[in-house]
Design a protein around this ligand. Structure first.
Ligand SMILES: [Fe+2]
Ligand SMILES: [Fe+2]
Length: 259
């Protein structure tokens, strides 16, 4: 079975671009399951019920999040109710929402897990011990595990790949919005990439209008950021999962969206 995973969708330009790209992506890759990171889907930061529903309409089956999960208060009850939108599992226990979900696709039960890194980001617990506990708890109820590890530094992400090698079908990194060139299947069968990248304007700094981000760096003053719109690209990966719950292949999707 095939999973199409889409990197952080940034704002309306990202959502509109993904909507335009999806028919061709479906044609070419024939995914059985589509997972989309939606932590930047609402105005570039966070998610709202509306942008989540938008992503579902575009074709997402599961939405993952990250450090911007709780940017919009109106999303809290939505996150509590939804079993298809997940936020990092190693957030505080009392936070809205859940950290994993089990979905059926092509006759397989896929457990999708969202984790957040501890280096330069806020986590309530170690993602390493958290995922061990989760895998134990879900054992017997899922045929494969797909992990979105939302983290800042490549060292922590690469370490998570080794930590889960042979136990998860895939560990894909998100958060930096910059795709890395290290996609591969690790020796024991886990598909790995340090960062999938983002789905949004490439004429930008991580989705923000580049002139504004640059002014912030040049002047060290507060600058109002808006989402860039031009030159939207889709960044993702396609992971092929075997019947034994491990990966056959991982292929990057890096392409401009036609206007
Ligand atoms: Fe992001
Ligand atoms: Fe993030």
């Amino acid at each position: 079975m095939k999973v199409l995973f889409i990197g952080d969708v940034v704002g309306k330009p990202g959502r509109a671009g993904l909507a335009r790209a999806m028919p061709a992506l479906r044609d070419r890759h024939r995914p059985d399951l589509v997972i989309v990171n939606g932590e930047n889907s609402a105005g570039g930061l966070g998610i709202t019920p509306k942008t989540a529903e938008d992503l579902f309409e575009i074709g997402a089956d599961v939405i993952t999040l990250g450090n911007h999960a709780f940017r919009h208060r109106e999303a809290f009850p939505y996150l509590d109710d939804s079993d298809r939108v997940i936020r990092p599992a190693n957030f505080m226990a009392g936070n809205p929402g859940r950290g994993h979900t089990i979905v059926e696709a092509d006759g397989m039960r896929i457990c999708v897990i969202n984790l957040i890194g501890q280096v330069q980001l806020r986590a309530a617990r170690s993602p390493f011990s958290e995922v061990d506990v989760l895998l134990d708890r879900v054992e017997g109820r899922a045929d494969a595990f797909f992990v979105d590890f939302h983290a800042e530094v490549t060292s922590e992400k690469v370490a998570m790949g080794w930590h889960l090698d042979g136990r998860a079908a895939a560990v894909v990194g998100t958060h930096t919005h910059v795709p890395t060139a290290d996609a591969r299947v690790l020796p024991n069968g886990t598909a790995y990439i340090s960062d999938v990248g983002m789905t949004g304007s490439r004429a930008s700094v991580l989705g923000v209008r580049w002139e504004q981000a640059l002014e912030g760096f040049r002047t060290q003053m507060a600058v109002k950021f808006t989402t860039a719109e031009e030159d939207v690209w889709v960044n993702g990966v396609v992971v092929e999962i075997r019947d034994d719950g491990l990966a056959e292949s991982i292929t990057q999707v890096l392409e401009p969206v036609p206007d």
